[in-house]
Design a protein around this ligand. Structure first.
Ligand SMILES: NC(=O)c1ccc[n+]([C@@H]2O[C@H](COP(=O)([O-])OP(=O)(O)OC[C@H]3O[C@@H](n4cnc5c(N)ncnc54)[C@H](OP(=O)(O)O)[C@@H]3O)[C@@H](O)[C@H]2O)c1
Length: 209
């Protein structure tokens, strides 16, 4: 039986991870730190936190596995710096605190094309967080790199909706790596890998989801 921490449980992928984890008999307890409250569940601990000032001293950091689906857009964050805080600094802070409390596996929701050497700021940031998490020394580390995600959202993202429409219409001719991926498929891959805790680093590209 495992204790699983989900960072980003209110998001399109995170809410699917949460749903699957709460239904999974291998999961004893789910810890989901969020900035807005989740629906209560007997096996869910939902600390309300400010990710900018995580203390790392709370007992709920004692988990076996971490799944991170945190993320924002540069538009929503307001600047590249603010985007970087959410997509790089927060996943790293969560990783460090949980590792200090004995976590053994970490599964990251990254992005297709993530590359620390990329000229594109978004892909470079994703590559940097992948690289910096690797250096922390988790026993088991999984990177999932989805293409455009289709899932439940409270907000409308015009660019993303257009991309989903176009990629769905053109699906037969779109290379598998760039096809739209349902959030639940990403969530399942993240949870399966986090729970399996297979030693070493594993990258799952979008076409493998
Ligand atoms: N959308 C795509 O097509 C796509 C494609 C490839 C990769 N990705 C990546 O996949 C990951 C998951 O994507 P998603 O679509 O599930 O994301 P999402 O729906 O936007 O959810 C993001 C999560 O991060 C949290 N978050 C954002 N800013 C925060 C802040 N300042 N403080 C605390 N929490 C914050 C959100 O919390 P709140 O609910 O409180 O805002 C939410 O739980 C992200 O890293 C994203 O970059 C996305």
């Amino acid at each position: 039986m495992a204790r699983v921490l989900i960072a980003g449980a209110t998001g399109a992928v995170g809410q699917e991870v949460l749903r699957l984890a709460l239904a999974d008999s291998q999961v004893e307890r789910v810890v989901a730190p969020t900035r807005r409250a989740l629906s209560p569940h007997p096996r869910l601990e939902n600390p309300l936190v400010d990710y900018a000032s995580l203390s790392g001293s709370e007992p709920w950091w004692e988990v076996d596995a971490v799944i991170c689906t945190l993320g924002t857009t540069i538009g929503k964050a307001g600047s590249q710096e603010a985007f970087r805080r959410v997509d790089r600094d927060y996943p790293l802070a969560v990783a460090r605190h949980a590792l200090m409390h004995g976590a053994r596996s970490y599964a990251l929701n990254s992005s297709v094309g993530a590359d620390a050497g990329s000229k594109t700021f978004y892909l470079r940031t994703k590559g940097e967080v992948e690289r910096d998490l690797d250096a922390l020394g988790y026993c088991s580390y999984t990177i999932v790199r989805p293409s455009v995600i289709w899932g439940e959202r409270q907000e409308v993202r015009l660019g993303e909706s257009l991309a989903i429409f176009a990629l769905t219409a053109l699906r037969p001719v779109v290379p598998r790596r760039y096809r739209v991926v349902p959030a639940v498929r990403i969530a399942k891959a993240l949870l399966d890998r986090a729970l399996a805790g297979v030693p070493g680093r594993k990258v799952l590209e979008s076409e493998q989801l």
